[in-house]
Design a protein around this ligand. Structure first.
Ligand code: TXA
Ligand code: MG
Length: 344
């Protein structure tokens, strides 16, 4: 593990594993009401003490995030979740037992006396909780000894950061006091967000934990697992408030190309960028690789590739979307690409 700490624009120090000093310092900053960006297995988070209203407000101003979009609260283990929530139903408990630590956020009824800052939940009676599967994130949570509210550490609207450098590039001098560098994120797409109602599981955002995995691990039939996400109209009240915003978008327009035959109808300009699997030959444009044809690798790379197109003076980004969308992770990957393609 390689950790470097960036404090505003200056590289403060670089420390090799283990990193107790860096992480303790980050914990102190969080307790003092500052923001710290940290790696998770999904994407980098922009963390603040979830119990500190002013600190949480800094997340919204730093990201430029609409205040009606609630934040996920990160804890180091399921025991730390108990004081924050009113109750954990049996299905949610099974989900937590099977997938935590991991890329799964569970929406639970917030306990009125939990101390969680109002801004975290955006006035909802529920809170999203997750235990991240990353040694740096877990060490930070243990050092801070407070739950951490953390959205993805990008500026609102741009692709989620999957490296420390992405975080730094988005915020420059005005970003978090510290960025903990844990390398590239393994999953590359944000966590799956789920809510249990009765004996049904609603997936509010698809991610690394797929419906098939949920069905198998908690022994719940697939017809009890519902996809509850789609792009909403601006006047609709969203189930997961984040659903109504355009996300993940690079500067240039994004065009998904669904079938291999469709490429023959596209006249690629030199200023266009194509993001394609290695097995596909296309003529023209500048090529970025989605990897050998594995949806897992493509998911890990997507946000970094979208960010690269920003540096390439790109007219249009064409993305090879011929992968299997019915596969759980393929579905999550397609969800992010289709959002990137949605016009503001
Ligand atoms: O992988 C992840 O989840 C990353 C890392 C840093 O943990 N975090 C992340 O946070 O993606 P953010 O804020 O970018 O996305 C949180 C999503 C939003 O879509 C938000 O609307 C939804 O979770 N959410 C949060 N609290 C909710 C609640 N109480 N009810 C419904 N949806 C909620
Ligand atoms: Mg986000």
């Amino acid at each position: 593990m390689y950790i470097c700490i960036l404090n505003n624009s200056r590289l403060m120090s670089t420390i090799r594993d283990p990193t107790p000093c860096a992480i303790l310092e980050a914990g102190e900053l969080l307790k003092a009401g500052d923001l710290v960006a940290f790696p998770t297995e999904t994407v980098y988070g922009l963390g603040a003490n979830a119990l500190d209203e002013l600190a949480v407000q800094k997340i919204f101003s730093t990201k430029g995030r609409p205040s009606d979009n609630p934040l996920i609260v990160h804890v180091p283990d399921i025991d730390s979740a108990h004081p924050l929530v009113e109750s954990i139903d049996t299905w949610s408990e099974r989900l937590a037992a099977n997938f935590w630590p991991g890329p799964l956020t569970i929406i639970l009824p917030v306990r009125p006396d939990s101390g969680i800052a109002k801004t975290v939940t955006a006035g909802l009676s529920t809170v999203g909780i997750r235990v991240p599967d990353h040694p740096v994130a877990l060490a930070l949570l243990r050092a801070a000894r407070v739950p951490l509210a953390a959205p993805s550490a990008n500026k609102s609207g741009s692709p989620s950061p999957t490296t420390a450098r992405h975080v730094f590039n988005d915020h420059g001098e005005n970003g978090p006091r510290m960025i903990l560098d844990g390398g590239s994120c393994r999953v590359g797409l944000e966590s799956t967000v789920v809510e249990v109602r009765g004996d049904d599981v609603y997936i509010l955002r698809p991610g690394g934990v797929t419906p098939e995995m949920i069905s198998e691990k908690i022994a719940l039939s697939m017809d009890r697992i519902h996809m509850a996400f789609r792009m909403l109209e601006s006047n609709e009240t969203p189930k997961a408030p984040g659903m109504k915003y355009r996300h993940y978008a690079p500067k240039a327009p994004v065009v998904p190309v669904m079938n291999h035959e469709d490429w023959t109808m596209i006249q690629l300009k030199e200023s266009d960028v194509v993001i394609v699997f290695d097995t596909l030959n296309v003529v023209g444009g500048r090529r970025l690789s989605f990897g050998p044809g594995d949806v897992r690798i493509a998911s890990e790379r997507l946000f970094d590739l979208l960010r690269q197109t920003d540096e390439m003076n790109t007219s249009t980004v064409y993305i090879d979307c011929s992968f299997d969308h019915s596969d759980g992770l393929g579905h999550a990957l397609w969800n992010r690409i289709s959002k990137a393609a949605a016009r503001k």
